[in-house]
Design a binder for this molecule. Structure first.
Ligand code: NAG
Ligand code: NAG
Ligand code: NAG
Ligand code: NAG
Length: 563
């Protein structure tokens, strides 16, 4: 039944313009690790999110280009949340139509955000199923976590169809915990150096003086797993590993819910490492395990961005889904949300993923690579992973084979990277995977990289070695960008904001180029487990390379870098 639906809906909707499905290409299958526990009762309460169509998206995009292009007269002239709101706020007609549609169904308990382009409403399952024909809500559980999701795709009535981008809370599942398999590699007796704050600071040339000193500077990590960092673990981590540099040992603010799940490696990792490179900088944790069974944790964070006028300037996020599991409407809209953040001078850093180029089975003996979102968004900075060439020494870095990277099938290649990517594709021809595996017209990622292998983390008060993943590299880069922001503020310069246009103009200045090693990919005859390989200058495995802090600081301190 479910399989039938996923195949028949796209056909129906691409051929009929009036089709009532907003997300006809959204994967609605519930993965097997969730156990079905029964149909939702008519009176069960749901909390759904309505993404209202915005205005002036093209103006927003143009504005973002201007404020983040160092050659523009508008560089660094960021907008306030208020200004963003007046640009994108849905039209009167859109607001009225959606409100009266909801009211008509007896839904009155709704909250909006500052930009008025999202509505979050509480209703019973019975009402939700009437409002959204096709939806059928069920309860599912996994590892003590419980959710409500719809087993079928939803439609909306014709008169609101053009006023909505999507409805959240029906399909997308909370991210899977990865701790068990890949995060914590078994210690097999071989001795490695292990990455600690001191090792990172040595490799990336951070001196004891390179710590934050601007008391208004703030950085954040956002987490969406059912797990939380433990303040005592952070304190213990800093007492063991923080002796050589001035740092903070406490998170300043936790936004959202903390504490329903267990302390987790991923959650500890982010916080411990952003506070080690971005040392002595006030740090916030956005922890939205989703307060409600029908909420999507990542979407909750997206809503918060539009509802808080005063946000940290740098956010690092280790979350991603396969592009092909998400609806285009959803990804396009989330991409607009990234533009809204960028135009405010907020830097969003996403981990590039831990599956290399990924692999998608398209049919018998037919595979392609599998890009991941939001890593593939043109409006975030995506961070890949490396390891030391010599695992016993602070040596130069090579590709970590897990490093996510490749080409989007959804987002077009942005102008800022066109020449860098073209150069890679030209010079790398002999080593490139077969053309049928990837889409060269798409946004290519990552943009830069950092060490991702064998980190020490403290969890449950115990130091644990051998924790790996691009979710380690991302906060490491984030902390350094925060330090650079602090230095810029001291000179009266604006925050770095959306970094990519500037990063690609620097052409690798301030970064260690990573030129050795390939990422993993499909285990088939054609590619035999090998995806893209790193190469001189930009490549789709490690981007432009890893930070050499003093050189990067110097390059990014000039409001208009000498290019
Ligand atoms: C946004 O913030 C306002 C005021 O702080 C609050 O009343 C509202 O509920 C928030 N919206 C959501 C969706 O949480
Ligand atoms: C930074 O580190 C690299 C290698 O670790 C070293 O070669 C270089 O001289 C250091 N200093 C600067 C300012 O780049
Ligand atoms: C740490 O940051 C505070 C401001 O938040 C500043 O006053 C202090 O000087 C900084 N410490 C060092 C060693 O730079
Ligand atoms: C390739 O990417 C473009 C966007 O850059 C997209 O329009 C196109 O559909 C993609 N092709 C495939 C086969 O996915």
């Amino acid at each position: 039944m479910k399989i039938l639906l996923t195949f028949s809906i796209p056909l129906l909707c691409t051929s009929l313009v009036w089709c009532g499905y907003l997300e006809y290409d959204q994967d609605v299958l519930i993965s097997k690790d969730w156990t079905h526990v029964g149909r939702a009762d008519a009176s069960d309460e749901l909390k759904l999110t309505f993404a209202l169509k915005q205005q002036n998206i093209h103006l927003l995009e143009e504005r973002l280009r201007l404020v983040s292009d160092p050659d523009s007269a508008h560089y660094g002239k960021y907008l306030s949340l208020e200004e963003v709101a007046s640009l994108v706020r849905p039209s009167e007609l859109t607001q009225k139509t959606v409100h009266s549609w909801l009211q008509h169904h007896g839904i009155s308990s709704c909250h909006t955000v500052h930009t008025q382009d999202f509505l979050q409403c509480t209703m019973t399952a019975e009402i939700a199923e009437k409002l959204l024909p096709g939806s059928r809500f069920h309860h599912y559980v996994r590892d003590g976590q419980s959710i409500v999701r719809s087993s079928g795709p939803y439609a909306v009535s014709d008169n609101v169809h053009q006023h909505l981008d999507f409805v959240g809370g029906l399909h997308r599942l909370p991210p899977t915990k990865k701790d068990g398999n890949r995060k914590q590699q078994k210690f097999k007796g071989e001795v490695h150096l292990g990455v600690t704050p001191a090792i990172l600071r040595e490799r990336y040339n951070l001196t004891a003086a390179d710590v934050g000193s601007d008391q208004d500077n703030r950085q954040a990590v956002a987490q969406f797993l059912e797990q939380y960092y433990h303040p005592a673990d952070l304190a213990e981590f800093m007492s063991i590993f923080g002796r050589t540099f001035k740092h903070l040992s406490e998170v300043d603010q936790v936004i959202g819910t903390q504490g329903e799940g267990k302390a987790g490696i991923e959650a500890s990792l982010d916080v411990e490492y952003i506070m080690s490179t971005g040392a002595n900088i006030s740090t916030w944790v956005f922890s939205n395990s989703g307060r409600h069974e029908s909420q999507e944790p990542f979407l909750q964070w997206i809503l918060l961005l539009s509802n808080m006028s005063d946000l940290p300037r740098v956010h690092t996020i280790s979350y991603g889904d396969d592009e092909d599991s998400l609806s285009t409407a959803y990804m396009m809209r989330i991409n607009t949300e990234f533009m809204k953040a960028g135009v405010r001078g907020i830097s969003l850093l996403f981990a590039s993923g831990d599956n290399g180029a990924g692999c998608r089975h398209m049919g018998k003996d037919q595979n392609t690579f599998r890009p991941s979102f939001p890593a593939s968004s043109p409006y975030v900075t995506t961070v890949g992973g490396t390891s030391f060439k010599n695992p016993f020494k602070v040596s130069y870095e090579v590709t970590d084979y897990i490093s996510g990277g490749g080409f989007s099938n959804v987002f077009k290649m942005p102008d800022y990277q066109a020449s860098a990517v073209e150069a890679y594709l030209k010079t790398g021809t002999s080593a490139l995977p077969p053309a049928s595996y990837f889409n060269t017209s798409g946004r290519a990622y990552p943009d830069m990289a950092a060490l991702s292998k064998n980190y020490w983390v403290v969890m449950d008060r115990v130091p644990i070695p051998w924790v790996s993943g691009t979710s380690a590299s991302t906060p490491v880069v984030g902390g350094m960008l925060s330090l650079i922001n602090g230095q810029r503020f001291a000179k009266g310069l604006p925050a770095l904001g959306f970094l990519n246009p500037l990063l690609y103009k620097l052409k690798g200045q301030g970064l260690f180029d990573v030129t050795e090693g390939c990422q993993q990919a499909c285990l088939d005859e054609q590619v035999q487990g090998k995806g893209f390989c790193s190469a001189p200058s930009w490549d789709p495995v490690t981007g432009w390379g890893t930070p050499n802090y003093p050189a990067l600081l110097q390059a990014l301190l000039n409001e208009r870098p000498e290019l």
